[in-house]
Design a protein around this ligand. Sequence first.
Ligand code: BDR
Ligand code: CA
Length: 317
Amino acid sequence: MKRSVILDVDTGVDDSIAIVLALTLPQLDVKAITTVSGNVHVDEVTESTKTVLGLVNHAGIRLGKGSSASLRRTRFHAPEVHGSDGLGNIRKKYEQYKARIRTERAVPLILDILKNTKKTVTIIATGPLTNIARAIQKDKRRMRHVREIISMGGTFGYRGNTGPLAEFNYYVDPDAVDVVLHSGIPLTIVPLNVTETVRLRRNDVIQWSRKSNTSVSRFIADVTRFYMDYHKKVESFNGGYMHDPLTVTIAAVPEIVKKRIKSPILIETRGIYAAGTTLTRDARGSEKKAPIVSRIAEIDRRMFWDIFRNVLFSSSG
Ligand code: BDR
Ligand code: CA
C-alpha cells in the first residue's frame, strides 16, 4: 500500500530532485506540496516548484504557498549555494515547463488534507519547519493525526553547515523546530551527519545523464551545476550533497535505514553563536525533560544510489 505524504519544501537544488523522486517512487502517494522560505524566499521557492512540477507532468497536484519568514528569527537564505531562483539559476531555461497551478495557502491545505484523507498522512519536510509549526499552532488536535514527520535537519556529533554547530534548516527557524519537538507528533530527524554521507559526484551525473538523456536526467545535470561549483569551491569535492533526496527515500523505503537512535533532543533557539544547534544527552542529565525523538544514524548508501539512479536516470522518459 502506498504511503500518503505531504511534501514541504524550500526548493532548493536538492529539494527539486527530492520532489521528482517523491512523485516518481511507487511507494509514495503525494497528496500535496507546500512551500516555505529557506534556501530562497518563498516566492522564488513556489515559482521553482511549479517549474519542477511541470517538468514531471504533475500540474494537477495541490500546491500550497507557505511562510515567508521564520516564527521569530530574521530571514536567512542561501542563494550562494542554490542560486537566486533556488534552481542553480536555470529556471529561465525551463520556463516552458512551468505548470499553471493555482496556489492555495500552505497551513489550511495541510489541515484540509489531514481532514479529508482517510489514511494516515506522513509529512516529509525538506526545509525549515515553519509551516509545520504554524499548522500545529493553528490546530494541534488535527495535526496529532499525522502519522510521522520526517524532517531533514539538525546535526549530531558533527559540525554544522551554517555556523560551526547548526544545520541550515534548523538554523533558519529553531523556534519552529522547538514547536514540532514538543508537539507529541512522532518525529524522525534525518540529520546532516547522515545526509552528508550521500554525495552526488559530477562525473556520475555527466555519465548517467549522457546514457539516459531524458528531460529529467538533463534537468538534474543542469540544476546541479551551480550547486556542485559551490561545493567544489567551499568543500573541495566535485559534487553535491543529496540531503533531501535521501530524506524522501527514507520515507519511501524504510529498509534503507541501518541504524536509528531514540533519545531526548532539544534545540537552542536563542544563542548568539549557536542558534539552531541540536542537543542530545549531556552528562549531567539536564535533558531529562526533553522530548524523546528518533533520528537516523546510518543508512545503506549502496541501496540509496541504486534507487536514485534507477528512478532518475532511467533510459526512457
Ligand atoms: C538542507 O539545507 C538546504 O541547503 C538543503 O536543501 C537541505 O534541505 C541541508 O542543510
Ligand atoms: Ca531543503
